[in-house]
Design a protein. Structure first.
Length: 80
């Protein structure tokens, strides 16, 4: 993967740009999975992992939303 393909190293992005890149990759993931060539999918996967890992490194104590936990999912299914 060249620097052009991988973009700016995630650790060099400020928080706003880091989140913007994560959002963009999440938005384009489905299309890349369905219609991108293998090298594009591999690049996409590697970049998404790098960006997400950097976000988690910066925010190790983030609080998951209650509805996103296993207990929250069980509560939703019990209501339905």
């Amino acid at each position: 993967m060249t620097d052009h393909e991988s973009g700016v190293p995630p650790e060099q992005l400020d928080d706003e740009l880091l989140l913007k890149e994560v959002e963009t990759l999440h938005r384009t993931r489905h299309e890349t999975l369905l219609h991108g060539p293998e090298d594009a999918l591999a690049t996409h996967t590697a970049r998404m992992a790098a960006l997400e890992n950097e976000y988690l490194r910066r925010h190790p104590h983030r609080v998951p939303a209650a509805g996103r936990t296993r207990a929250g999912a069980r509560a939703r299914s019990a209501d339905g």
